[in-house]
Design a protein around this ligand. Structure first.
Ligand code: HEC
Ligand code: HEC
Ligand code: HEC
Ligand code: HEC
Ligand code: HEC
Ligand code: HEC
Ligand code: HEC
Ligand code: HEC
Ligand code: HEC
Ligand code: HEC
Length: 311
């Protein structure tokens, strides 16, 4: 390189450095960027958001390149550029446009507008009018936006989020018979859509029974011999969240069965064994599995002689 060439290269380098540092200064003064917020909010609890989908500046949908953290927090320029108490007549630092937590939290509807502004349709299709929306539950009550892995999206940590409000569900989950939610094999959102649904009770399917059959397909039938209540609603005999009885049953047989089968035949004398078809059978009394000792195909039978669900 000639001397002139080296001089030109040096001049160019200086210009680049100057340009970069002035743009850095512009960013500090520009509350639309991310850096000025981080200058004061640099603790890991807040900065975790930088590693989430919402802060990917290369994704135009996040609007980060244009407005930084204000994509969620709304216009926060007064908050970010506040210098001295005197400037606000002794009022102190103005709040950001939107606050999602704590004593200065914005009204729920205003908070949720931030999220639904970008999340329409798809997952939020049934949000309006849903049980959670009607009860003024905020998106941010379930979702944590500042952590790399939002706990409510993870099977093993989701239930704890729900339990903060649905405490009785925690008690159920700890009963001897329960769906393996606390074990991390399934989650509340396998059965429920917390954003809203067409079905009852925020269920993913159109009915309780359809929800159960989405996993327990073998109980669907059609059976040669059907048991009427099974066709009607699984919840007649089962409870979904937890039971002190085996198999998530609401009651223990024979009592469960006797709610409906209370005629004068064998089924109304559960512990005597009297009136059993063919008389008392040693070893087949109404102990332990009670009626199920004989009526074991309780969900229906395809056996030619299974009319009484005995096989
Ligand atoms: C010069 C320092 C500074 C800058 C810059 C700054 N903040 Fe703050 N921010 C604070 C202080 C101080 C608090 C009050 C903390 C407290 O009340 O405990 C705060 C609180 C907040 C809160 C919680 C509000 C509440 O009332 O609970 C949010 C949200 C927030 N800032 C967002 C932002 C955003 C977004 C930006 C960038 C646009 C930003 N901040 C820029 C200093 C700053
Ligand atoms: C400016 C637009 C915008 C706003 C505002 C916004 N989001 Fe998002 N959100 C996105 C984009 C873009 C993605 C990435 C989607 C993708 O990759 O398909 C996303 C992803 C998500 C995800 C999935 C994250 C993951 O790890 O899979 C959740 C949950 C979410 N947003 C919740 C919220 C909540 C709650 C709010 C309000 C506090 C909110 N969002 C506000 C644009 C936004
Ligand atoms: C009652 C708790 C709860 C509330 C309130 C809630 N969510 Fe969710 N959200 C969840 C759960 C649980 C999932 C994971 C769903 C799954 O496993 O299919 C999820 C998933 C998401 C996802 C990513 C995956 C997807 O299904 O697209 C986005 C985006 C999202 N929620 C946005 C929102 C927005 C926006 C709001 C407010 C309008 C909101 N959520 C309110 C619990 C909630
Ligand atoms: C996806 C929307 C979203 C984005 C983007 C976002 N925040 Fe937040 N912010 C929230 C929500 C929701 C909360 C409430 C607490 C939580 O979810 O962790 C919150 C809470 C805060 C708090 C108060 C924390 C407390 O414990 O009271 C501060 C400060 C804050 N955000 C600053 C920022 C800064 C700075 C940025 C940009 C680097 C940013 N936020 C980006 C949604 C967002
Ligand atoms: C911030 C509190 C809060 C959180 C967190 C929360 N819920 Fe709810 N949930 C409510 C309120 C309030 C209602 C409406 C009143 C009611 O039925 O208890 C409701 C209603 C429901 C219903 C409908 C009840 C009905 O009778 O139709 C279901 C199902 C439900 N929540 C499941 C969940 C699941 C699953 C989660 C976790 C992903 C969750 N909730 C997290 C507060 C919450
Ligand atoms: C195996 C499917 C399934 C799972 C998993 C499940 N639920 Fe449910 N949930 C149901 C069904 C079905 C109903 C309706 C019961 C009825 O109508 O008899 C229901 C009802 C509810 C209700 C409203 C009625 C009530 O009893 O208060 C809430 C709240 C609820 N579930 C929360 C949860 C939470 C929180 C979790 C996770 C810990 C969860 N559910 C896991 C199937 C499930
Ligand atoms: C998302 C899949 C899924 C759905 C939906 C579902 N289950 Fe289950 N169910 C399971 C799993 C997984 C197990 C545990 C199986 C195991 O441990 O081998 C289970 C176990 C059971 C058990 C045996 C429990 C025990 O203590 O032995 C019963 C009874 C049951 N489910 C009934 C229902 C009913 C009733 C519904 C509808 C309200 C339902 N299930 C919906 C997945 C599901
Ligand atoms: C008439 C009462 C009744 C109804 C209605 C009923 N069940 Fe059951 N279910 C039982 C009994 C009793 C047991 C225990 C069987 C045993 O111990 O052999 C059981 C056990 C189960 C089991 C665990 C053991 C196994 O056989 O896999 C599952 C899963 C199950 N039921 C699913 C369902 C589903 C799904 C429905 C709705 C389509 C349903 N049940 C409707 C009475 C009923
Ligand atoms: C919600 C009410 C209800 C419950 C609970 C119930 N059943 Fe049934 N069961 C019926 C009905 C209705 C029929 C059909 C009766 C008919 O066709 O005359 C039936 C039919 C039967 C039959 C065949 C009888 C026949 O006349 O064809 C047997 C056996 C039977 N149930 C045993 C049981 C056992 C064992 C249990 C307990 C595990 C039980 N049922 C729980 C309502 C119930
Ligand atoms: C030792 C075996 C055995 C036990 C235990 C048993 N059953 Fe039966 N049950 C039968 C047989 C076999 C038939 C068929 C009789 C026939 O076809 O005439 C029958 C028939 C029935 C019928 C059809 C109508 C009737 O009365 O003949 C019902 C309903 C019934 N059982 C319900 C129950 C209930 C409820 C229990 C528990 C309280 C129970 N059974 C316990 C063997 C048993």
């Amino acid at each position: 390189m000639t001397r002139w060439g080296r001089a030109l290269a040096a001049l160019f380098a200086v210009t680049v450095v100057l340009a970069l540092s002035s743009s850095a200064r512009a960013a500090e003064d520009n509350p639309n960027a991310v850096e000025p917020c981080l200058k004061c909010h640099d603790d890991p609890g807040i900065a975790g958001v930088l590693h989430t989908a919402h802060m990917m500046s290369a994704d135009p949908r996040t609007k980060v390149a244009a407005i930084g953290c204000q994509n969620c927090h709304g216009d926060s320029s007064d908050h970010a550029t506040f210098i001295a108490r005197a400037a606000t007549g002794g009022q102190g630092r103005p709040s950001p446009g939107r606050v999602f937590k704590g004593p200065h939290a914005s009204p729920v509807a205003f908070m949720n507008e931030a999220c639904t502004g970008c999340h329409q349709g798809g997952t939020a299709l049934h949000w309006q009018g849903s049980q959670h929306a009607n009860a003024d539950v905020a998106c941010a009550s379930c979702h944590s936006s500042h952590v790399v892995q939002d706990p409510v999206l993870v099977k093993t940590t989701q239930a704890a989020v729900c339990f903060t409000c649905h405490a009785e569900r925690r008690a159920d989950a700890l009963k001897p018979s329960h769906h393996p939610v606390l074990e991390g094999h399934m989650s509340c959102s396998d059965c429920h859509n917390p954003h809203g649904s067409d079905g009852p009770t925020l269920l993913r399917q159109a009915s309780v029974t359809d929800t159960c059959l989405s996993c327990h397909d073998e109980k669907r039938g059609p059976f040669l011999w059907e048991h009427a209540p099974v066709q009607e609603n699984c919840a007649i005999c089962h409870t979904p969240h937890g039971s002190v009885q085996a198999s998530l049953l609401k009651q223990r047989p024979p009592y469960l069965c006797q709610d409906c089968h209370d005629s004068s035949t064998h089924n109304s004398q559960p512990f005597s064994g009297a009136n059993l078809p063919g008389g008392p059978v040693p070893g087949r009394q109404m102990v332990q599995r009670a009626c199920l000792n004989c009526h074991s195909a309780i969900h229906g039978s395809n056996h030619p002689s299974g009319a009484r669900f005995a096989r």
